[in-house]
Unconditional design. Structure first.
Length: 620
């Protein structure tokens, strides 16, 4: 209560509105698996398009797990593409990586020869064969910044410690040397000078030089992937302390998250501390020719460039179940499924490609990952796992796989999906490839939630992109699989390729349908977030009434939107929060208990018409 101690007029703001509950999003998805590039730990970045995935995690080129010549379909990237094509909007990706050995981290690098240890290093920011990039450093000479003011030479548009090229002779050809700009305050004015301890104790006087040119470098990197695009960072300064410098843009430990995600190249100066040392070292060896080329009007960009290729990057070894599960390192960095634990908005989870049969120990790893996904979703409560069958499984085999699963927070889909191969122009690549259904189904979940709502079963929905399925399931086969909770993908003449099942992997009939499980997760999460205001409020009838009205208003809105079963609100839901739901012991121990009951809509899985003969004079 405010205190009124002096006479006056007091205006106070108050609210006469009831607290409201806003429905949470149910379409945000999380994928875990191997990729060509990108971070292998830390909080995943949310993606809203496949283009963003390509920028961070590489394209859809095949992977070489284990370092062999056999290449494996990039299932994660293909699943991401399918997810967005099917209508998905928001996706988190946790890349997992298993090093070939303790001595090989899979990161591509290049070091100049001749020095041991090397004076500097360029390397890929993350492990992966996609890090084997072709890199070019193009050195550029800026315009002359030497000016004569009142009969005295000075520099304009420069900053302290900036690396410049100084023309000492003024003849032809020019006598170019590397210097760093120095500055000092003298009589309230800033005076510029030049220094290079390796050339002279004190730099040349500005009046004695002919020209001073700023030196910058443009870095370009070209990946080897089919869809990799050249990236360029132009006109980078060489002084580490300068904004937009080579050491800042290609920083080992970037200050900005965007740099860590979108700049795949790292420049490690190691013991080189100043811009002058960096420039001198980069231009050493063949550097004399580059210096001459910088003053030669007929020289080409190739003459002014240093070109090299990063080598040694690899995609690691085949993944194990523990890699998918992830861990938290001593510095707090999380990987795999553990990295998703801090992200509250994920509702759908999948590990595309974990059940591919061409990987090492595919069946045991695939079953282990299925268990890890279910365990994660059970612990996080408001998530559902979209499970894949193993590639090439027969109906009898998928029944055996399903027999080892029992969870209300998982749904199993069968069989795999066949699509046109985006890499078909490669003579070694097949024209068609098989993909796990989870990427497509997760996108259909998201599309269904946006277009219809989470209350509607994500079934009888068209599967886009597909050319067919690994196995055409007929009605008789589905009559065996459907009661077991195995959701089939089927082809119907004139209606295309569709998801034809909406069951969970639970043995509990109450949670038999995917939409019921997901709708309750939506209600529970929305109520949890929307009633946080009640914590530590006085636990009495006023608060109880407030809670009842808040939750009732939310459920009434769901009823009027036809998301609940019943012809009137009393049939669709009830909310109780009073002395009948809690004892004095509950109140004494700080517990407020609200009992909520809803009548969800279940899918019309079996549509039955009963038709019989009727005579003209028969009574209806």
């Amino acid at each position: 209560m405010p205190e009124y101690l002096a006479p006056g007029v007091f205006v106070e703001e108050t609210s006469f509105r009831q607290k409201t509950i806003e429905g949470v999003s149910t379409s945000t998805t999380g994928f875990v698996g191997p990729a060509r590039f990108g971070p292998t730990g830390g909080e995943p970045e949310i993606l809203t398009s496949f283009t963003e995935f390509e920028r961070i995690y590489g394209g859809i080129d095949a992977l070489s797990l284990g370092g062999g010549t056999q290449r494996q379909t990039n299932y994660l990237a293909q699943a991401v593409r399918a997810y967005f094509e099917e209508g998905g909007k928001r996706l988190y990706v946790a890349r997992v990586f298993n090093s070939v050995s303790d001595d090989d981290d899979g990161v591509a690098s290049w070091q100049p020869g001749g020095a041991s240890p090397p004076e500097y290093e360029f390397r890929a920011r993350y492990p992966g064969a996609a890090g084997n990039m072709a890199v070019t450093l193009l050195f550029k000479r800026g315009p002359n910044v030497r000016r004569v003011v009142d009969g005295s030479a000075t520099l304009s548009g420069v900053r302290d410690a900036q690396v410049v090229l100084v023309d000492l002779g003024g003849g032809s050809p020019s006598q170019l040397e590397l210097y760093a700009v120095t500055s000092r305050l003298e009589g309230g004015m800033r005076r510029f000078g030049l220094e290079n301890p390796d050339l002279s104790p004190s730099g040349p006087d500005l009046d004695s030089v002919t020209a001073v040119y700023p030196l910058t470098v443009t870095v370009t990197a070209q990946g080897s992937g089919r869809f990799d695009q050249e990236q360029a960072w132009e006109d980078l300064a060489l002084n580490p302390g300068q904004a937009g410098s080579l050491s800042a843009v290609l920083a080992v430990e970037p200050q900005r998250r965007a740099t860590a995600l979108y700049v795949p190249l790292v420049f490690d100066p190691q013991d080189l501390e100043t811009g002058l040392e960096i420039a001198s070292t980069l231009l050493s060896g063949d550097g004399t020719d580059i210096l001459q080329a910088l003053d030669d009007a007929e020289a080409t960009d190739a003459d002014r460039s240093l070109h090299f290729e990063l080598e040694g990057g690899n995609d690691g070894s085949p993944l194990l179940t523990a890699d998918y599960q992830g861990r938290e390192d001593t510095d707090g960095t999380k990987s795999g499924l553990v990295a998703f634990e801090d992200l509250e908005d994920i509702s759908i989870l999948a590990a595309p490609g974990s059940t591919a049969t061409e990987i090492l120990n595919a069946e045991s790893v695939g079953r282990g990952v299925i268990g890890a996904l279910i365990t994660h979703c059970e612990r996080m409560r408001y998530r559902i796992a979209v499970l894949d069958s193993l590639r090439g499984q027969l109906p009898s085999e998928i029944r055996e796989l399903r027999g080892g699963i029992d969870s209300t927070r998982a749904a199993l889909y069968y069989p795999w999906v066949r699509i046109s191969n985006p890499l078909a122009d490669d003579p070694l690549a097949p024209s068609e490839i098989l993909l796990p259904p989870s990427g497509f189904v997760a996108g259909i979940y998201a599309r269904n939630d946006v277009e219809r709502g989470v209350h509607k079963a994500p079934a009888n929905e068209v599967v886009r992109l597909t050319l067919g399925f690994e196995l055409l399931i007929n009605k008789a086969q589905q009559e065996v699989l459907n009661p077991l909770g195995i959701n089939c993908l089927r082809f119907f003449e004139g209606r295309g390729y569709r998801v034809w099942g909406a069951r969970t992997t639970s043995s509990d009939a109450e949670w038999k349908y995917v939409n019921v499980r997901r709708y309750f997760a939506f209600l529970e999460r929305s109520i949890e977030k929307g009633t946080q205001f009640a914590v530590f409020e006085p636990n009495g009838p006023e608060l109880w009434e407030n809670i009842r009205l808040t939750v009732s208003d939310f459920l009434f809105n769901e009823y009027t939107s036809n998301h609940l079963l019943g012809t009137k609100p009393e049939q669709a839901y009830f909310v109780r929060c009073d002395r009948t739901t809690m004892t004095q012991n509950d109140i004494d121990n700080g517990r407020l208990i609200c009992l909520v009951g809803v009548s969800p809509l279940r899918p019309a899985e079996f549509v039955i018409f009963r038709i019989g003969q009727k005579t003209a004079d028969a009574r209806s």
